[in-house]
Design a protein. Sequence first.
Length: 277
Amino acid sequence: MDEKNDSLRIDLEKVIRDKNPRLAKTLPRFVIAYLKRIIHQDEINRILTAYAHLDSIPFIRAAFVDMGISYQAVGIERLADDGRYLFVSNHPFGGMDGLMLCDEIYKRFGKVHIIVNDLLMYLTPLKSLFIPINKHGRQKAEYVQMLKTQLDDSGPIATFPAGLCSRRIKKGVVQDLAWKPSFIKNAISSGRDIVPVFFEGKLSSFFYNLANLRTFLGIKANIEMLYLADEMFKQKGKHFNIRFGTPIPCDRLKEFSSTKEASDFVRDAVYRMKQEK
C-alpha cells in the first residue's frame, strides 16, 4: 500500500494515543482488539482505501452505494438559491445522518460545511466538509476561527444541536437528548435563517438498552457511543427520507426571550415534521 493511502486509514491505537496517552499505556491488548472489531476498523479502512481517490462528496456517495444505503430529500427544492442557511437536524444515527445531510445540501447548493466532533477529523477524505469542535475540553483557537470564517461566509452550514445521537426515552419514543442552544447564537450573529431538518429512522434496541443501563448505573462515560459504527453497518440495504422544513427567519429568532426558548421552538419545528407524509 502506498504512503498516501496508508495515511487515510483509521488506526484506533493512534487515535487513543493522541487523545489520551495515559489510557493508551494501560489498555490491555484484548480490549483494543475488541474495540477495533466493534468499530469495524478493517471494513472502514477497506472503504477509505477503495475510494481514496475521490473528493469528499463523491466519496460519501460511493461509500453509501458500497453499503447499499439510499436516501431522498423532500422539501429542499423549495429553498431560495441565495439563502444564507443554518440547517438544524435531529440526530438519530450519530454519524451517517450527517453524511447524508451534507450530500443533499451539496446537491442543492454546490457547497456545504458541517459542525462535527473533532474526532471525525481522522476521516481524511471528509475533512474539507468539517468544522470541528472539541466536545471534551477547551476549544482550539483554530477551531473557533474556522467556525467564525464559515459563519461569515454565505455557504450553507449543518449542525446537530443535541451533539449526541438520539436515545429511547419514556414510552419507547426515540428522540434527541437536550439541545445545546449555541446554534441560535450562531444563526443570529451571522444573520442566517434556520432550516429545520428531520431524519426518519432509529438504531437497534441493543444500543438504546445499553444507553439506558449505563444511565441507570450512574456511569457518566457514553460507552454506547463505541457501538455507533456497528450500528451504521447494521443499516446496510436501507432507504431513508430526509425532510426539509420552511426556513425560520433570523429576525424571528431574535423575538424570543432566551436562546433556550428559541432552541425549543426550532426543535418543535423539527419533530413536527415527523407527522408529515
